[in-house]
Design a protein around this ligand. Structure first.
Ligand code: SF4
Length: 222
C-alpha cells in the first residue's frame, strides 16, 4: 500500500532541503518547498521565494503573500483549503548597488528545479492548478504564455485536468491606482473561477463514480 501523501511529500521535501542542483543553493537561506493542504484539489504555483520566504522557509509570507491571503479570502477560501508552492524552491537574487534584491529565476534554474515540482504535483494530483504569473504559466500550461492576454482562460496541463493563470500578487503590488484595483480584481476573479472549476470537476467525478472515498483533509468547501 502507498504511503500517505503527507509522508510522501515530507520525504521529497527532506531531499529537496539538501539540493545543490543549481547556483541558487549558494545564496539561499532556506529551501522553500511549499505548504498547505496536500489533499486539496487546488494547488497554487508561483515563481519563487523572495526575501521573507527565504528567511522563513515558507511560501508567500511577504507583502505578496498578504495580498494573496486577502484575495483567497475574497474568493471564499483560506490557505488551509489549498496547497501553495513555487516553480523554483530557492530565492533568486542579485546584488545591485550593494543591495540584495530579487531577480527572476533563469531558464536553467527553472529546469534544474523542475524534478521537485514534478514530484510534488505528481503526489498531490490536483484537479486544478492556478499559475501565479507568467513564468509559472509558461512551465505548467504552455511555453511563451502571454499573461495579460491569456490569464483567466482554461487549459489542460500534464499535472492537472484544468489549469488557469492569473497575475502574480507581486506584480499587482507594483501597480498603482486603477491598475492595482484591476489587477486585484483579476486575481480574485481567477481564484473564484478555480474554486468553481474544482466543484464542477468533483461533481463530474461523482457522476462517473471516479471520486475516491472522502479522505480526511478533503474539505467540504469544494
Ligand atoms: Fe535545487 Fe531548486 Fe534550489 Fe536549485 S532552486 S538548488 S534546483 S531546490
Amino acid at each position: 500500500m502507498d504511503e500517505p501523501i503527507e509522508q510522501q511529500l515530507a520525504e521529497v521535501a527532506a531531499k529537496a532541503s539538501q539540493c545543490t542542483a543549481c547556483r541558487l543553493a549558494q545564496t539561499r537561506t532556506n529551501v522553500v518547498f511549499g505548504e498547505g493542504n496536500p489533499r486539496s484539489p487546488l494547488v497554487l504555483v508561483g515563481e519563487g521565494p523572495g526575501e521573507q520566504e527565504d528567511a522563513t522557509g515558507r511560501p508567500f509570507v511577504g507583502r505578496a503573500g498578504q495580498l494573496l491571503d486577502k484575495a483567497l479570502h475574497d474568493a471564499g477560501m483560506k490557505r488551509k483549503h489549498v496547497y501553495i508552492c513555487n516553480i523554483v524552491k530557492c530565492r533568486a537574487s542579485e546584488v545591485v548597488n550593494g543591495r540584495v534584491r530579487n531577480r527572476a529565476p533563469l531558464p536553467d534554474e527553472i529546469q534544474a528545479c523542475l524534478p521537485w515540482l514534478d514530484a510534488q504535483l505528481t503526489i498531490i494530483r490536483p484537479l486544478v492548478i492556478v499559475c501565479l504569473g507568467a513564468p509559472s504559466a509558461s512551465l505548467i500550461i504552455h511555453k511563451n504564455f502571454k499573461i495579460l492576454q491569456e490569464r483567466g482562460q482554461w487549459f489542460t496541463s500534464r499535472w492537472a485536468p484544468a489549469a488557469i493563470a492569473t497575475l502574480h500578487p507581486a506584480y499587482i503590488l507594483r501597480q498603482a491606482g486603477a491598475s492595482f484595483q484591476q489587477g486585484y480584481q483579476y486575481l480574485v476573479q481567477d481564484l473564484l473561477a478555480a474554486r468553481q472549476k474544482v466543484i464542477e470537476l468533483r461533481r463530474l467525478q461523482e457522476e462517473q463514480k471516479l471520486l475516491p472515498p472522502n479522505e480526511e483533509g478533503q474539505l467540504s468547501l469544494f
